[in-house]
Ligand binder design. Structure first.
Ligand code: ARG
Length: 723
């Protein structure tokens, strides 16, 4: 009897070990995954990870949010005093803002010597209090097949009302919370997320940029990697441990839970899980959608972004002041430039089209065999129509996001359109004056990261791409005429428009706002073109884009409903949507391509190999180089005597997971996730267990930089280190 049981367990485990599981799992599903996770080496229970009635791992996971509460990254609490870790590239914007040419902590690094030296950082964090399934509340009177526009309206109304009423239900504490009702499985399910939002966040420390971003854009999305991509912050709270605006008298936040840190090292196949906030995936994209992204959407984005980045680089390389000024904009654009470029080439190679097509055919057969055609058949023709339209009209919004939005004067122009409307209405002159005064106050902020030579050239690039790449029938006439007048000399066109515009310096804008007039606006061609483009999109093309979106959302919802119905026993992981997820897997090497296989970790040897003095991406502080050469790694050395830098696991993550804790089977922190590998660059569209790896920073390299390099070893006192 005993023997059989053992054999059976053995069988389950070995099957489990053969396959890496796709899946960014919502926390309310992990009860169902507990056995499978424990079979892989998890020593905790699902309750230790997520339970709203007791302190658990989820309480140590931090959601990084802008001041407007838009999520952008993940972090993890590592001390009883609210200290948390995230990536360097997540703290980057805040660190840049705290840097000046005289005190450039982005370039030089920074460690607060005591709490008094910590610096106010300009973002919020959210702590997930609980998750509630509100599907029945959302969909009680809404059917799958009801008319789409009526349905969309009903759902949107319910969602707003429900969010408000759930928040109201929190009573006296409600202002400390953000409540988000979020669709899952393309709107077949809805979950409410309750976040307690803390607003007083302070920078504790960061390595210098040439350690925290070592390898730069060349190494981005690549393995082998040697970047110490981390920064440290602290959450502050009022006397009751509740959220409060920044105030010198606030106290370090006392968390419900924080992660102990394990510095014993790890072995291949060790259990590893990641909890965090993946932003967005599109794993259920229709086959024709894969074609559209591969052949059109991604290649266009890549082209426009590259040209803008070239302009940035030209000036950033020439002047450290400009490098600091445009650092954050550059990093953001460049990160997804590279990702989109990779997707454009990987999507056709990885047979994703064929894979999706096969899934669709399987679903079609099931629909027919089960007489479900009346409900589901329309989804296929909806997809076909929507993607045919998308091929023709989809690029205008792409050029808005990657073109128009990258020109600062154009963005400022868009921000003024409301003022124009007020100015044109005689009865609203008071309001117009108020609006102009408000805008006046924003000017310092607005022009803080603004350099004329870059902005003129970017404008030329944007005008060129709009005119050359898009169908003139859908472009503003003003743009088409003007480009013809300049005979395609976009540099000349841009410099002349730029010189005449009031949008191109703080002083000119100030003068304009002091006595604003609609007439002045309409003589400014940058203003006119930017707003006419917006108008084309929002007015002329609005019916068609609404039609496309409505077809796509209906088709997606029907597709995923059919899929869930067809395989009702299977656990499907819903697409990422900025809510907390868990992915589990193992520490694991990989075979990248024929004859190329990679180890699962890198060491400081590789830093010395890559080190190139004076190089913009591969330089490193002399002090670090000396320390690595001397191999003085102290307690951070691996048992092999080396300092391990980064490592791989087969966890399933995406953008937004940046900064997430990598946790061992005992719930201890072993690393911080910061990237994915090049071979799986198209993973947002499809998961490939053999190829997809998460790249994480080894916690021992983090602590080595903080303690031995940065001299901030006193922070160890508030952590719990498992040696
Ligand atoms: N690829 C990383 C991510 O998307 C970001 C890395 C940032 N570093 C950089 N060199 N841009 O999470």
């Amino acid at each position: 009897m005993k023997k059989i049981a053992v054999l059976l367990i053995g069988f389950v485990i070995s099957v489990g070990q053969l396959r890496a599981d796709e899946g960014m799992w919502p926390l309310i599903m992990i009860q169902q995954l507990q056995d499978s996770m424990q079979a892989r080496g998890l020593k905790l229970t699902a309750d230790d990870i997520y339970n709203i009635n007791k302190a658990c791992a989820k309480d140590a996971v931090v959601r990084l949010m802008s001041k407007q509460n838009r999520m952008f990254c993940t972090g993890e609490i590592i001390s009883s005093e609210g200290l948390f870790l995230t990536n360097h590239h997540c703290g980057y914007g805040a660190i840049q803002e705290l840097s000046t040419n005289e005190d450039n902590i982005l370039a030089n690094g920074f460690w607060a010597k005591n709490k008094g030296e910590e610096r106010k950082a300009n973002f919020n964090i959210g702590l997930l209090a609980r998750v509630e399934d509100v599907t029945s509340k959302m969909l009680d009177s809404i059917s799958l097949t009801m008319d789409e526009s009526a349905r969309a309206k009903a759902v949107a109304d319910k969602l707003t009302k429900l969010q408000a009423s759930l928040k109201e239900g929190l009573g006296a504490d409600k202002d400390n919370y953000v409540v988000e009702v979020v669709p899952f499985y393309a709107g077949n399910k809805f979950l409410a997320m309750y976040y307690m939002v803390y607003k007083d966040i302070r920078l504790v420390g960061t390595p210098p940029e040439n350690i925290g971003k070592f390898g730069g854009e060349t190494d981005n999305w690549m393995w082998p990697r040697h970047t110490a991509d981390f920064s440290m912050f602290r959450i502050y709270a009022n006397a009751d441990n509740k959220p409060a605006e920044y105030n010198a008298s606030n106290k370090p936040y006392a968390p419900l839970h924080f992660f102990p840190i394990n510095i014993q090292g790890k072995n291949p196949e060790d259990f590893a899980m990641i909890m965090g906030y993946p932003g967005r995936t599109q794993r259920y994209t229709y086959s024709k959608g894969i074609q559209y992204f591969a052949s059109k959407e991604r290649p266009m984005r890549v082209k426009v972004r590259r040209d803008v980045l070239d302009v940035y680089e030209e000036f950033m390389h020439a002047d450290p002041k400009i490098k600091l000024m445009y650092a954050d904009k550059f990093a953001g654009l460049s990160n997804y430039w590279k990702k989109f470029m990779g997707e454009a080439s990987a999507l056709p190679q990885q047979q994703l089209f064929e894979k999706r097509k096969a899934e669709e055919d399987k679903l079609k057969s099931w629909i027919t065999a089960n007489n479900k055609g009346a409900v589901y058949n329309e989804l296929f023709s909806l997809y076909d129509q929507a993607y045919a339209q998308q091929e023709k009209y989809g690029l205008y919004s792409v050029y808005f996001q990657d073109g128009v939005s990258n020109s600062q004067p154009m963005v400022f122009a868009l921000g003024l359109s409301k003022l124009e409307a007020l100015l044109k209405d005689k009865s609203k002159s008071e309001e117009a004056k108020k609006a102009a005064d408000e805008m006046m106050k924003e000017l310092d902020e607005q022009y803080k990261e603004y350099f004329d030579p870059i902005e003129v050239k970017v404008l030329a690039t944007v005008l060129m791409h709009l005119t050359e790449d898009l169908d003139h029938a859908n472009l503003p006439k003003e743009l088409v005429d003007l480009s013809a007048k300049y005979n395609k000399d976009y540099s000349k066109m841009a410099s002349e428009l730029y010189a005449k515009s009031f949008l191109t310096s703080k002083e000119k804008m100030k003068a304009f706002l002091a006595s604003p007039s609609a007439k002045k606006m309409n003589k400014d061609m940058i203003y006119v073109i930017a707003n006419a483009y917006m108008n084309k999109m929002n007015v002329d093309m609005r019916p068609i884009s609404m039609e496309i979106n409505s077809k796509l959302s209906r088709a997606n919802r029907l597709f995923q409903a059919a899929m869930l119905e067809m395989d009702s026993k299977k656990l499907y992981s819903p697409d990422a949507n900025g809510t907390m997820r868990l992915t589990y897997g193992r520490v694991l090497p990989y075979n990248a391509k024929d004859a190329v296989s990679y180890k699962e970790f890198t060491t400081s040897k590789g830093i010395l190999e890559k080190y190139t003095p004076g190089d913009i991406e591969f330089d490193a502080p002399k002090k670090l180089v000396e320390m690595l050469k001397a191999k003085d790694f102290g307690q951070y050395a691996d048992k092999d005597g080396e300092l391990h830098a980064c490592f791989l696991t087969d966890n399933d993550i995406t953008g937004g997971n940046s900064g997430s804790p990598v946790i061992n089977g005992r719930g201890e922190l072993i690393g911080t996730a910061f990237d994915g590998n090049w071979e799986a660059i198209a993973s947002d569209f499809g998961f490939d267990a053999n190829l997809q790896r998460t790249i994480s920073l080894d916690i021992r390299y983090t602590l080595f930089i903080m303690d031995k390099f940065g001299g901030a070893g006193y922070l160890l006192n508030e952590m719990k280190i498992v040696k």
